[in-house]
Design a protein around this ligand. Structure first.
Ligand SMILES: [Zn+2]
Length: 265
């Protein structure tokens, strides 16, 4: 449980921050009921029908057996409508709407930050909001592809017959370099970074907070499991829901900024 002193300190840090950034991982999605498909929480097996998720999500496998990916994805990707943004998604969106949060970066591919109202979300692992034809490059939105996948069809381009791939980053693919550069630069400029629901075990998640720390900024860490940066966080909590229910309460009492007050920013 958060003490009232911790609550006051957290709120003070957030309202004082001049460049507040957030980074979110799988723990934020599980709060919305989404299973962590990488199995990194240890709650679920990383195997699906005898296949490693790393195999299903490799580009090589996708090109050879797109039907395997799309069958898996029915359960893990093309079911966005089933899930609602959590207190974390809503809290971050409200912080941004009040001009208190610069940007949210995420490893998650469920579009829930955008659904909650966050703008310009830095989706480091891409998202199924967009797809493209691997042959001619034609683009397709989620709404065009999802019904096909749910009907057990592999989507092919109506223009050229090429295979259609969601713009999520597969295991063998590189992250979007330009977006990664934006993330590094934002982390460096952050005087406060909220690290939420990430165990910081895979790259680039593991190194992102280091950009803030090395530049003299502070991090606040909220994660169920321990992370290697726990000792360097100014504040550290286990329970995302508790922290964000508190923040939502505070936000409901603070009006959307109109610029006419004597705030520190
Ligand atoms: Zn095409």
């Amino acid at each position: 449980m958060m003490t009232s002193q911790q609550k006051a300190e957290l709120w003070a840090r957030i309202t004082r921050a001049k460049h507040l950034t957030a980074f979110t991982g799988a723990g934020v999605s599980t709060l919305s009921g989404i299973r962590d498909f990488r199995g990194s929480t240890g709650v679920y097996s990383s195997k699906w029908h005898g296949h490693e998720v790393e195999e299903i999500l490799s580009l090589e496998c996708f090109l050879a057996h797109p039907e395997l990916f799309y069958e898996w994805a029915k359960e893990f990707v093309y079911c966005l409508e089933k899930y609602q943004p959590s207190a974390v998604h809503r809290g971050l969106a409200q912080l941004q709407q009040r001009g208190m949060l610069v940007r949210t970066y995420t490893q998650n591919i469920d579009c829930l930050h955008t659904a909650a109202g966050s703008r310009n979300v830095g989706e480091l692992h891409g998202s199924p909001a967009h797809h493209h034809c691997l042959r001619c490059g034609k683009e397709f939105p989620y709404s065009a592809i999802s019904p096909l996948v749910l009907a057990d069809k592999v989507p092919y381009c109506p223009s050229c017959g090429g295979l259609v791939k969601p713009d999520i980053v597969f295991y063998s693919e590189n992250l979007n370099e330009a977006l990664l550069e934006e993330a590094y630069s934002d982390m460096e400029r952050s005087d406060l970074l909220l690290v939420l629901g990430s165990s910081l075990t895979v790259q680039p998640a593991a190194s992102l907070p280091l950009y803030t720390l090395r530049a003299g900024g502070d991090i606040v860490l909220v994660n169920q499991q321990e992370t290697y940066l726990d000792g360097q966080a100014k504040m550290r909590f286990d329970d995302l829901e508790e922290v964000f229910c508190f923040l939502l309460e505070q936000l409901s009492e603070s009006p959307v900024k109109d610029g006419g007050d004597s705030s520190v920013r």
